[in-house]
Design a protein around this ligand. Structure first.
Ligand SMILES: *[C@@H]1O[C@H](CO)[C@@H](O)[C@H](O)[C@H]1NC(C)=O
Ligand SMILES: *[C@@H]1O[C@H](CO)[C@@H](O)[C@H](O)[C@H]1NC(C)=O
Length: 443
């Protein structure tokens, strides 16, 4: 009887707690600024229209199926909606499959795309079609990055909505059981929340095979020739990180998944478009395809993947983190900073962001790698520039690494007790063994 009650309470707990997403700094934040900015897809929708449907199976007598007509009309001069892939309509507050009269509650949302492609260049008309499903997904990004949420999202209790497992909501959700990166990732997230971690690992392994992962020794990271779409890569990274957040992985799986989490992140950063000022912006839909466009779905998935299972993620190689180049440290193309025995001199390899953090308990996860781990390799400090003292520190020895050339997570717990603080996450290199730092994740 007691066991039975325990099981029930665990199931209830796990199905109601959301997955954690936070701010990836700076590239995730930069993409969010872009999608909310003048070239992005965030718009005032006070005059929304609904004429035609895009999906034949969701046509109604008043709103026939005519994809071409919808694309012609929703060319940027006017705003449209239509029933999404799951059959739902944005701003349908009374669920009668028409836009509600109560338009006052429906002021802002994201549309499909702005006609921008590689380097953010114009490639054609925008598609000012505002989908419920895209906005449902984008709202997780809005929440993670502390931005205004899109309006018009009406839950359909008991109805299947594709993106819900991203937020950890699996009530009435059904697994797809098919082998596409998006469905594998969503099914995997479902299984994590349904306390079936081993089934989630099976989905992850299928994605690994489909990805054709191959280690690229020159760039010291995995390449994934089997992944064609940016949002697929992002969704797989989200599943990877949410699996790493469970306590039920074998040590071998934890090691393997971390290697891919770090490489997937590096590829996601690599695939991010940069504008003419070299600022990171959004992701086009198809990796490496010139005609492809930056869209709400890809940007939402990319920014969520970069900030998955974190409150903050700080990239070691760029502001607000500082690389002390006077020590001859190296900024690598695989998105890490290196200290090299014989070339670099001991000192702070990476430090920052010098930000104020809300009071509370945190864990800083430093992602480190050494090609020949020996002796005392690094010292990690959580430094508060206001009190001028370390809130916590940790010495990192050869034995702390998963192995030679293996990305390794080293955790440092700390408490922020004073509202007046300005924190730096510092990696001090001792000079004994070459070291890479990829990023610091704050949880
Ligand atoms: C967009 O559609 C409107 C209405 O059909 C039309 O008047 C306008 O010329 C179109 N604009 C472009 C850039 O195609
Ligand atoms: C590191 O932490 C230990 C244990 O909390 C503490 O005694 C020591 O003073 C700290 N060292 C530095 C340099 O902050």
């Amino acid at each position: 009887m007691i066991r039975f009650i325990l099981l029930i309470s665990i199931a209830v707990l796990s199905s109601t707690s959301a997955f954690q997403y936070g701010r990836h700094v700076p590239q995730g934040e930069s993409a969010v600024n872009y999608i909310y900015g003048p070239e992005g897809t965030w718009k005032s929708i006070s005059s929304l229209n609904y004429h035609f449907n895009y999906y034949e199976q969701w046509a109604t007598p008043n709103h026939p199926f005519n994809k071409g007509a919808l694309i012609d009309e929703a060319n940027g001069s006017q705003m449209f909606t239509a029933r999404d892939a799951n059959g739902f309509l944005l701003c349908d507050f009374n669920r009668d499959l028409e836009i509600s009269d109560d338009a006052g509650k429906c002021s802002f949302a994201f549309h499909e795309h702005s006609g921008k492609g590689v380097n953010g260049n114009n490639r054609g008309n925008p598609f000012t079609q505002f989908w419920l499903d895209d906005n449902w997904l984008a709202r997780y990004m809005s929440a993670a990055y502390g931005r205004p949420h899109p309006d018009g999202l009406v839950d359909q209790p008991g109805q299947f909505m594709r993106w819900k497992p991203i937020g950890g909501d699996i009530v009435n959700w059904k697994t797809y059981g098919s082998n596409h990166f998006d469905t594998l990732a969503l099914d995997g997230l479902f299984y994590i929340k349904n306390n079936q971690v081993s089934s989630a690992v099976t989905k992850w392994n299928t994605a690994l095979i489909l990805s054709q992962a191959q280690y690229d020794g020159n760039n010291q990271q995995f390449q994934y020739r089997g992944i064609q779409e940016n949002y697929h890569m992002a969704l797989w990274k989200i599943l990877t990180d949410m699996l790493l957040a469970t306590t039920q992985l074998t040590a071998a799986n934890r090691d393997l998944m971390l290697q891919h989490s770090v490489s997937l992140r590096s590829q996601i950063l690599e695939n991010q478009q940069k504008n003419s000022r070299n600022e990171p912006i959004g992701w086009i839909s198809n990796i490496g395809q010139d005609t492809s466009l930056i869209n709400t779905e890809s940007v939402s998935c990319g920014t969520l993947a970069l900030g998955a299972d974190a409150k903050f993620v700080f990239e070691a190689d760029r502001a607000p983190m500082i690389v002390y180049k006077e020590h001859n440290f190296f900024v690598r193309p695989y998105h890490a900073v290196s200290a090299v025995v014989g070339l670099s001199t001991e000192g702070f390899l990476s430090s920052g962001p010098n930000w104020n953090f809300p009071q509370g308990s945190y864990t800083a996860e430093f992602i480190l790698r050494a090609n020949k781990p020996t002796d005392l390799i690094a010292q990690l400090f959580i430094y508060d520039a206001v009190s001028m003292r370390n809130l916590a520190n940790k010495s990192v020895y050869a034995r702390d690494f998963y192995g030679a050339d293996k990305w390794t997570s080293v955790e440092v717990r700390f408490d922020v007790t004073s509202a007046q603080n300005s924190l730096d996450f510092q990696t001090f290199w001792t000079g004994f063994a070459s070291l890479d730092v990829a990023y610091v994740k704050i949880k």
